[in-house]
Write a new protein. Structure first.
Length: 180
């Protein structure tokens, strides 16, 4: 059965088709949720809520992007909302006035393992962590990040640049054992 046919059956509230669609995407979306939440129970909860939300809003799915990409955005937003509700101490800074230079250099001078990078991303301040994770790990561009986080593209670029700088420093400290 083609994916579009499956989605049409889901829109018609066909439970068998919904289970089939759920089974097709649940493992991948669970991995996405785990990258954000680092807790299996929380990831499962957000995943379930995301699928419920997706099925409730299936009429909004236009097919302009793949169903997986559409669902992933729902999961990512669910994770971010969960983390925000858990921390509820977000302080916004108007970064729209700042000049951002494009810096595509993601080189780290020493050999670094992926686990070290992921762990270092986790220790970044929240507003930088989300942008860096969405850009590096999830592969979103600045336009998508600005929509997901409800910030301007300029703020996304600024936060990425600053987050990247912090990440480089953290990785240098890990490898050289020095602090600034």
């Amino acid at each position: 059965m083609l994916q579009l046919e499956l989605i049409e059956l889901c829109k018609a509230n066909n439970r068998k088709a919904q289970m089939q669609l759920y089974r097709k995407y649940c493992d991948g979306m669970f991995c996405v949720a785990m990258r954000f939440l680092k807790n299996q129970d929380d990831a499962e909860d957000v995943l379930q809520e995301s699928f419920i939300k997706a099925f409730q809003r299936l009429e909004q799915f236009s097919g302009q992007v793949t169903f997986g990409a559409w669902l992933k955005r729902i999961v990512v937003n669910g994770c971010i909302d969960f983390l925000k509700s858990k921390h509820q101490r977000t302080i916004e800074l108007d970064e729209g006035y700042m000049h951002v230079s494009e810096d595509e250099d993601w080189q780290v001078e020493t050999e670094v393992h992926l686990d070290e990078v992921k762990k270092s991303i986790e220790s970044l301040p929240e507003k930088y962590k989300y942008v860096v994770q969405l850009f590096l790990i999830e592969g979103y561009d600045h336009a998508e990040i600005s929509e997901i986080l409800n910030i301007s593209e300029t703020a996304s670029r600024t936060r990425l640049l600053r987050g990247k700088g912090m990440l480089k420093e953290l990785l240098k400290e890990l490898n050289y054992g020095t602090g600034s």
